[in-house]
Design a protein around this ligand. Structure first.
Ligand SMILES: [Fe+2]
Ligand SMILES: [Fe+2]
Length: 261
């Protein structure tokens, strides 16, 4: 009997989510190794659960746990660069490239352009919640402190207008979160601190270039930023994630997101 036929809901038919789970399990059995999901991945499906190592071994006789690269994901080079993550691990790059292109055309300096290029990397590769903080931490060892600080602060600044530069509360946020949405107190406090910070304007410029209504036909390319990345992002010689920086583990997690440990 196939895995698909084994799961059934109360009325005898498998529910959609049971079928998805069964299909996933079926696919896992096709792989040479046992691929595991971190608890966080399951929480996004509303489940706080995990399977123990022995239970997984019992269900997959003769197989070992995956402790290296996931064959289902795009292959990364032995010494990955930021560009490789852009190409093989970022689910979408158009918003980042459009923001950075906008900043480039407006004549901003390279730190601002790099900050725009990297401002949402956590969203496109890692996690949405508190993406400014995660993104800043990921890049902190490799960029000027002004860039990582601005990436962190843009998350809070997005909720607060600054008429001095023509930044208004985004209409998109009204659509996304409703007209009555109020940012959490920690976001309000972050904004208050950022307002008086020496790099305030760098973060503010991210928000100004952080647009979703940019010309959809505009041609944007990562190649336009090769030199700016080269001059402003300290690529570790061992490969990004394989170095010993304080955030290397975060890049490794993107490299091998389904490793057992
Ligand atoms: Fe953002
Ligand atoms: Fe953004």
């Amino acid at each position: 009997m196939s895995g698909l036929a084994q799961v059934q809901s109360g009325n005898g038919q498998p529910t959609l989510s049971e079928r998805a789970d069964a299909l996933e399990e079926h696919m896992m059995h096709e792989l040479e190794h046992i691929v595991t999901k971190s608890v966080l991945f399951g929480m996004a499906d509303g489940k706080v659960e995990m399977e123990s190592g022995p239970a997984l071994m019992a269900k997959n006789p003769g197989k070992y746990m995956l402790m290296g690269e996931d064959p289902r994901l795009p292959k990364m080079p032995d010494k990955p660069t930021l560009m490789d993550y852009f190409r093989c691990r970022f689910a979408s790059t158009s918003h980042l490239l459009q923001s950075a292109t906008h900043a480039l055309k407006a004549g901003h300096n390279e730190k601002v352009i790099l900050a725009c290029l990297l401002h949402d990397i956590a969203v496109v590769s890692f996690i949405r919640c508190d993406h400014g903080y995660w993104g800043a931490q990921m890049i902190e060892p490799y960029v000027d402190e002004e860039v990582s600080w601005a990436v962190k602060a843009h998350q809070a600044l997005r909720f607060f207008p600054d008429e001095s530069v023509g930044y208004k509360y985004p209409e998109l946020y009204v659509k996304f979160f409703g007209p009555d949405y109020q940012p959490e107190p920690y976001v309000v406090a972050e904004y208050a601190r950022a307002r008086n910070h020496r790099h305030y304007m760098t973060a503010r410029l991210i928000t100004l270039n952080d647009i979703y209504s940019f010309d959809p036909n505009a041609k944007v390319s990562l190649d336009d930023f090769t030199d700016i990345i080269g001059r402003n992002f300290k690529q570790p010689k061992e490969g990004l994630g394989l170095d010993n920086s304080p955030s290397a583990h975060m890049w490794r997690t993107m490299l091998w997101p389904s490793r057992f440990l």
